[in-house]
Design a protein around this ligand. Structure first.
Ligand code: KDO
Length: 335
């Protein structure tokens, strides 16, 4: 992680947070919204379970209130630029990651830490709990972004084109591991023991195929959906991050809806997220068999060794200084 990355991130954060606040204070009168189009931009493929659930459930459920217009495969905005676009008033919705939020509001980095959330259920309960109140409010006030629901992406695993067996973090030394392009993601790659390389999601397949990277990390459903199994040889079940995304909407746009309309949109978000979560969990349970049938080796390494190294790296990191006091303990206590 170079100084220039974090300095750029800090400058961008200051700019965007300023823009978000300005947009909120510009005072658009709350009145029943009509003819609203909610454009969502995401690097996700249209066949990813989050995308399917939003298309099948969210869009139809809000059709009398607004037109849901998703743009998949990062065709509208580049991965990682969506929150800035919402803050500037150029986009209405995204599927935001904690890593993207952390680039703008550092306390969010708590949810970028490996081996913190235990599973999908824990993730859902944490999002619904009052532990999140402060972060949600800061995100609305400073960025102009409301987080409607948490979307389960799955347990991230290492998916490599190399043959070397990986048992402990030391076995990843020198391995070029593709990570999304943000400081928080790159830190996770190094904490695992690899040499992280930043690359957009939409470029992973080609980079694996050409050998520009030795591997990538994503949950099993993504390995199948984006066909990474065609250009890799093994999956190492590190489960290093129970990954979550948030269905995000412009607060300014949200405030234009009446409370009754907001309730419909909120329910649609909850229902779509639940469907996506259940489908993603079912896929995670069955895809090991599928990947083995494709000729990949799929095995569990010394997960304790990975957990110990990753947790120690985060505890000693500069990120931990931004975490609200006692928040890790409160998250751990949620059952
Ligand atoms: C990725 O780039 O590896 C990632 O899985 C990171 C997630 O936070 C999320 O942005 C996801 O990509 C995209 O939604 C594409 O599935």
């Amino acid at each position: 992680m170079s100084f220039s990355i974090s300095r750029r991130a800090t400058l961008r954060a200051a700019l965007v947070v300023g823009l978000g606040a300005a947009a909120l204070s510009s005072g658009i009168a709350p009145a029943a919204a009509q003819g609203v189009t909610l454009r969502l931009s995401s690097p996700s493929s249209p066949t990813d379970q989050r995308a399917l659930a939003l298309t099948e459930v969210f869009g139809p459920a809000i059709k009398d209130i607004a037109t849901f217009q998703p743009h998949w495969n990062a065709t509208l905005f580049r991965q990682g630029t969506e929150l800035e676009a919402i803050a500037r008033g150029n986009l209405e919705m995204s599927i935001a990651s904690a890593q993207e939020l952390a680039a703008l509001i550092p306390a969010w980095s708590i949810f970028t830490a490996g081996y913190l959330l235990r599973d999908a259920d824990h993730q859902k309960k944490v999002f619904a709990s009052d532990v999140m109140d402060g972060l949600k409010k800061t995100t609305e006030d400073r960025l102009g972004v409301k987080l409607l629901s948490v979307m389960y992406l799955g347990r991230r695993q290492l998916n490599l084109r190399t043959e070397r067996e990986i048992k402990t973090p030391a076995d990843l030394a020198g391995l070029k591991l593709r990570m999304p392009n943000s400081e928080a993601w790159l830190f996770l790659g190094s904490a695992l023991g690899a040499n992280p390389l930043p690359l957009a999601f939409t470029e992973i397949y080609t980079a694996l195929q050409s050998g520009a990277v030795d591997g990538q990390d994503n949950p099993l459903p993504t390995v199948r959906d984006s066909k990474f199994f065609e250009v890799t040889k093994q999956v190492v079940l590190t489960s290093h991050l129970v990954d979550q995304n948030y269905l995000a909407i412009s607060k300014r746009v949200w405030d234009r809806f009446t409370p009754a309309q907001q309730a419909v949109i909120q329910k649609a978000a909850d229902d779509a997220s639940e469907l996506g979560r259940q489908r993603q969990l079912a896929l995670e349970a069955e895809l090991e068999t599928f990947l083995k049938a494709q000729g990949l080796k799929v095995y569990t390494p010394d997960v304790d060794a990975f957990r110990t190294k990753v947790q120690a790296a985060y505890a000693a990191s500069k990120f931990a200084a931004d975490w609200p006091t006692g928040m890790v303990e409160r998250i751990n206590a949620i059952r």
